[in-house]
Design a protein around this ligand. Structure first.
Ligand code: FMN
Length: 192
């Protein structure tokens, strides 16, 4: 399957982006292709409805990747109880053409213990884009972010957070396979 990860930080050493890469690596290890679109390295223009039809090279690449994606991962730092401005701006450029009937996993990094406010808001946006919210979501917060402050290959991931990332990613991939018709749902018990 093709998975697109949209990393929504505008900070060079963002823990959310490192978490995005960590999850991306896990997804690749399970045999899927991953395209990571990092909004720090690839900034998008401010969305304006007046610019309809004006094309931007990186935006074309992002839109095409999303059209071809089987599943999407949206990753954000928690800012003022919501998502980052750069991720919201990217989503404003996008629409149902890119999300319709696709499973979407929401992921955040927060200063507090967990970034649930941004995840709740992200899921509301996914619903409005006609994506399918993965039942699990993922947030690292507080001291957990320390595990993502080093370079990717030198992480010492705490066992708890590593277990959770593995479980959430596996559940998102299972849903994506089911929705994309690559596996069968478990047989339900016949009604007596
Ligand atoms: C503008 C701004 C607003 C923030 N608002 C919150 C907040 O509402 N709740 C919270 O727990 N942390 C908040 N933080 C802390 C960030 O969520 C935290 O530093 C996070 O790890 C940043 O992600 P990053 O490492 O990907 O940049 C805020 C940080 C900034 C810069």
């Amino acid at each position: 399957m093709k998975i697109v990860i949209l990393a929504g930080s505008n900070r060079k050493a963002a823990t959310s982006t490192k978490l995005a890469k960590y999850a991306g690596r896990l997804i690749e290890q399970k045999g899927h292709s991953v395209t990571l679109f990092d909004l720090y390295r690839t900034p998008l223009p401010f969305y304006s409805p007046d610019d309809y039809g004006v094309e931007h090279a990186e935006l074309i690449v992002l839109k095409q990747s999303l059209v071809e994606a089987d599943g999407i991962v949206l990753v954000t730092p928690e800012y003022h109880g919501s998502i980052s401005g750069v991720l919201k701006n990217a989503l404003d450029h996008l629409g149902q053409d890119h999300f319709n009937n696709k499973p979407v996993l929401s992921v955040s990094s927060s200063g507090g213990a967990v970034g649930v406010s941004s995840l709740t808001q992200l899921q509301a946006m996914v619903r409005n884009l006609h994506g399918i919210n993965s039942p699990e979501w993922l947030s690292i917060g507080g001291a957990q972010r320390k595990w993502f402050e080093g370079e990717l290959d030198s992480y010492e991931i705490g066992q708890d957070i590593d277990d959770r990332i593995n479980r959430v990613v596996a559940s998102f991939l299972d849903l994506t396979k089911l929705v994309r018709g690559q596996s069968q749902p478990a047989a339900s018990n016949p009604v007596q």
